[in-house]
Design a protein around this ligand. Structure first.
Ligand SMILES: NC(=O)c1ccc[n+]([C@@H]2O[C@H](COP(=O)([O-])OP(=O)(O)OC[C@H]3O[C@@H](n4cnc5c(N)ncnc54)[C@H](O)[C@@H]3O)[C@@H](O)[C@H]2O)c1
Length: 544
């Protein structure tokens, strides 16, 4: 039986459009676009209204000219898949399809849809026929085949290639196509251009497609909007004309007076900039993994070491890695780079050493948390198998609700394999799709569940929103994410709410020495990533 509706995260069912709806939808779009053109507004279609596209669409729709008048009319285009269709009716109600901690997101989308009427969403590709500019924000994934070996993975650019096809089939020849998707270096010139050129030829269009590339540096957190609008951008075009057009467009929609554009000569340079930028970040985080183990085994508190080093301005971006490096970008972008070197650019030798190693280290760092939890429980005379373990934090970083590739996922999968009973608390996350829908999310056969044993029961995972309830009778507590709610937990209160002493595992340098001492005094066992000095504190307490 085919499913004919798409369900929003809030549980509302939206029937998918029927074949007869498409022509009506296009007629209504044509009429609206005609009216918008009469107001001198440029028509911008944003393809893919996910984490990036939804907010980018709103920023463009919010653009005003020098007289303060809206200068763009934006149509967010989203394929009507069962998983994603709901985003269209939600957007058309003025409701953001992405949950954001940034207070600017919701009012901006509502204002553009309802008040300024410069933003609308649709499911029909026909809308591309009406575009002056198309901004491509669909995903380009990197699928890993093994845990801790990025080299055996591969780029999945099916959605991007399909989008480029359909764009070329529909757009006016002089529409600017701006690829914002993070792509494997070489994609704009060696994948997108040939796809589009071939279709243009079929359509009898002699000119080159006006292709440009400019990558997103968005951080979907408290500064979501500003991280797109009020931030530096790098861009490029496949020829002079495309370059001029993309510069003009970005200068109009972003705050480039304060955050000037960097224009590169060729798209492979801006594509490479994105990949190097994120590989660099992944590498400096991975680098501390070995020092974290060194610290644990030699009585050193890596948190204090980092603090001491950070004082030096040249080293101020040294950062503690926590139980893994998540977010959508850092775990995959380096992989896109090595994959492109072989599969797009045609080289066979293995020049990449540091980038894949960094990703592999980051992807497996969470496993060590399983060992720390096992050891802490053992020291309390208890086995990990059957132990009630509470994970505090599901998101990939502090104070956001995004769980994509979060370190906590690997921690939980490992602990489950070892027989622990898992419960989770996160004030920002309601559903953890990586577990609840692990048969199909992030894609069929792509869940990290396949790298571990006994993962079936994790489909039942429920995120507890009430911390007191979550704590009750837990035998081990893992501080996995430094959310605000966890920074000032009082040991007395925690142990009281648990109802007994427990194993406390600090993955992010959250606990002060005073708190660690107090937990020991209360009969708890404490361990932490990179926190070798804990043993010293324990010995001191024993001697007291
Ligand atoms: N999320 C981030 O923090 C972030 C940061 C910087 C860069 N990026 C990059 O931006 C790009 C988009 O990421 P995202 O987080 O928004 O992904 P996402 O999965 O949230 O959104 C992609 C959207 O595109 C839609 N889509 C796919 N194929 C389509 C098609 N043929 N036609 C129309 N719509 C289609 C999907 O249904 C989905 O809604 C990626 O390349 C990512 O690497 C993301």
């Amino acid at each position: 039986m085919s499913v004919s509706f798409s369900i929003s995260p809030g549980g509302e069912r939206f029937p998918l459009p029927k074949p007869e709806d498409y022509s009506k939808e296009f007629e209504s779009l044509k009429k609206q676009v005609e009216q918008e053109r009469a107001k001198n507004r440029e028509i911008v279609v944003v393809m893919g209204v996910g984490f990036v596209g939804a907010v980018m669409a709103a920023i463009v729709a919010d653009t005003v000219d020098k007289k303060g008048q809206p200068s763009k009319f934006v149509i967010g285009m989203q394929r009507p898949s069962v998983r994603s269709y709901w985003k269209i009716p939600m957007l058309n109600r003025g409701i953001s399809p992405v949950k954001a901690e940034d207070p600017e997101v919701d009012p901006m989308i509502e204002r553009c849809v309802k008040k300024k009427k410069t933003l609308r969403a649709t499911y029909t590709y026909d809308v591309l026929k009406l575009a002056d500019v198309v901004v491509v924000d669909v995903q380009c994934d990197y699928i890993k085949e093994d845990l801790g070996n990025v080299r055996t993975g591969q780029t999945d650019m099916a959605a991007l290639e399909a989008s480029l096809h359909v764009i070329a089939e529909n757009i006016p020849p002089d529409a600017l196509v701006l690829i914002e998707t993070t792509v494997a270096p070489g994609t704009t010139e060696q994948v997108a251009y040939p796809i589009m050129k071939k279709v243009f030829k079929k359509r009898g269009i002699k000119s080159d497609p006006l292709l440009a590339h400019s990558y997103e540096r968005v951080m979907p957190g408290r500064n979501y909007v500003a991280s797109i609008r009020d931030f530096w951008r790098v861009c490029s075009g496949i020829n002079e004309n495309a370059r001029k057009r993309v510069e003009k467009f970005l200068n109009e929609v972003l705050n480039t007076d304060k955050y000037p554009l960097t224009v590169m000569d060729r798209p492979i340079e801006s594509e490479t900039a994105k990949i190097v930028e994120n590989s660099y970040r992944a590498t400096i985080l991975a680098f501390l993994d070995e020092w974290s183990l060194f610290a644990e085994r030699n009585g050193v508190d890596l948190i204090k070491v980092i603090k001491a080093i950070k004082v030096r301005p040249t080293h101020s971006n040294i950062i503690f890695p926590g139980p893994g490096i998540g977010g959508y970008c850092l775990p995959k972008d380096g992989g896109l780079g090595l994959w492109a070197y072989k599969h797009i650019l045609g080289f066979e030798d293995k020049i990449f050493k540091i980038t894949p190693m960094a990703i592999d280290i980051n992807d497996t760092r969470g496993l060590h948390v399983g060992q720390l939890t096992r050891d802490a429980l053992r020291n309390m005379g208890q086995a990990i198998a059957g132990a009630e373990v509470l994970i505090l934090g599901a998101a990939y970083r502090e104070d956001v609700g995004d769980t994509r590739y979060s370190g906590s996922e690997v921690v939980i999968r490992k602990l489950t394999e070892m027989g622990a009973e898992i419960r989770v608390h996160d004030p920002y996350v309601e559903h953890w799709w990586e577990f609840e829908q692990q048969d199909t999310f992030p894609g069929v056969g792509q869940s990290k569940a396949r790298f571990f044993r006994n993962q079936e029961k994790l489909k039942e995972i429920c995120i507890e929103q009430d911390l007191n309830k979550a704590l009750k009778n837990a035998e081990a507590i893992i501080l996995a994410v430094p959310h605000k709610a966890y920074l000032n937990l009082d040991p007395e209160e925690v142990v009281k709410k648990i109802g007994q002493p427990a194993a406390i595992i600090d993955c992010f340098g959250i606990l002060s020495d005073t708190k660690i001492r107090r937990y020991f005094q209360l009969g708890c066992e404490v361990k932490g990533l990179g926190r070798g000095h804990i043993q010293r504190i324990k010995d001191e307490i024993r001697r007291e």
